[in-house]
Structures are given as structure tokens and as C-alpha cells.
Design a protein around this ligand. Sequence first.
Ligand code: HEC
Length: 228
Amino acid sequence: MKKNQWRAISLLIIASVVVVLSCTKHQAAQYVGTCDPNVIYFNKDILPLLNSNCAMSGCHDAKEAAAGYNFTYYYGVMSAVSAGNPTGSKLYTSLLSSDRRRMPKNAEPLSSSQMEIIYNWIAQGAKNQTCDDNGSCDTSNIKYSTTISTIIANNCAGCHSNSGAQQSGGGVILTDYNNLIAQVANGKLMGDINFASGHNPMPKNGSQLSSCDRNKIQQWINRNYPNN
Ligand code: HEC
């Protein structure tokens, strides 16, 4: 082959590598195997919090994208994040009471443990990773006060709390025991989170709870949903 043919071929190769690399940047989450309890995962830990507290209709959803932020997908979230630098990330600093426009707007602040989840995810590099619990779902010590209320707080409360409910949860409150069990007793809660036909899939506009979380709620219900 002539010298300029070689040059053309190598240019072509370089160009395809560049194309492939820039595409992978926008690819779906990277699957990393078994979940590490010390790592925060975007799909499992971050997106449900944002879906419930920030991405409701009229706020940072795809349609409204208030202040230019669409928090319904990874790259939208990253526009408010400086990876590795939580205190330089709007996503984190706007949650602090010191922020003039503390978020979520007109609603209860996130709890300190929820803020910590967001802080740690950014500090760990704000990666778009998913993991698998490999069937290791611990259903041994399920309590309302720890297990169940935390699942609700992290996936549902932004729409279904006292302050959020009027705006985005259809008036349904799930953040205290009595209101929650009313939705258990009428059969709607399990049908909704299992995306059963004839039900409203919950979390609304979000992805389904993990089978482990649904399993925990089911086990608690099977034990007559104690207020423990
Ligand atoms: C983005 C807001 C939003 C999130 C997050 C959300 N919901 Fe809802 N939920 C609604 C709205 C709105 C309704 C009223 C019915 C409708 O419009 O679908 C509702 C209704 C319900 C109802 C009443 C029965 C029914 O289907 O109408 C239950 C039970 C419920 N949600 C459970 C949950 C649970 C459990 C979660 C968390 C795993 C959750 N929701 C997360 C917005 C939300």
C-alpha cells in the first residue's frame, strides 16, 4: 500500500475511535456487579430521591426544567454537579439551609441522611453506575420505624408528605404510620408499587422500586404491618 493510503486508513481509525468514545460517554449506566454497601449508586439511590423531591411536574421535570435543570436523567442531573466536589455542586449546596433559595422549594428540607447520600455520591465521583444485590435481600429485621419509613422517605415522600402532598401526590399522605396503612389496607399500595394492571404505577414517573424493597414491604404487610 502507498504511504498516503496508510495515512488515510489511520485517520479513519482515529476518527472512529473518537466517535465511539464520544458515544459511550452518553451511554446508559455502567453495570458494576454486586452492590457495594459503601458505594452510592445513581439509579438506585440518587434518582428516586430526585424523582420524589425535585423532578415532580412543574419543577425539574423534562417539560418544565425549572432554572434549566431537568433532573429526570443522569446528564440532566450532572448539569448541577461538579464530580468529586460536593460543596461546589448546586445539587448539594441548594439543599443547605444557608442557601438563599433552599431546595426543595416550598417544601420540607431533605433529611440530613438524604443530604449525606447526595454528598457522598458526588464525593465518590458522581458516577452513573448500577449494581445487583445478587439475591442477597436481607428481610430478617424489617421494622416500620427503620426499613419501611426509609423506603417511603427516599422514594415517595417528596410527593406524599404533608407539605408535598397537596402539590404532587394527589393529596395522599404516606409519611406517617396511620396514613400509610390506610393505603396498605385498601390494597392500593402493593398494587401500585408492583405496577399491577388497573393500578397507578408508583413512584409516579419513576422507575420501579427494587425487588428487594418491594419484598421488604410485602414481608412487613404479611406480618400485619406492625408499627414497630
Ligand atoms: C412524582 C410524584 C410521586 C411520587 C414520587 C410518588 N407518587 Fe404516589 N401518587 C402521586 C400522585 C399524583 C397520585 C394520585 C394518583 C395519580 O395521579 O396517579 C399518587 C397516588 C398514590 C397512591 C394512592 C392510590 C392511587 O393509586 O391513586 C398510593 C398508594 C401511592 N401514590 C403510593 C406511592 C408510593 C408507595 C410511592 C413511592 C414508592 C409513590 N407513591 C411515589 C404522585 C407520586
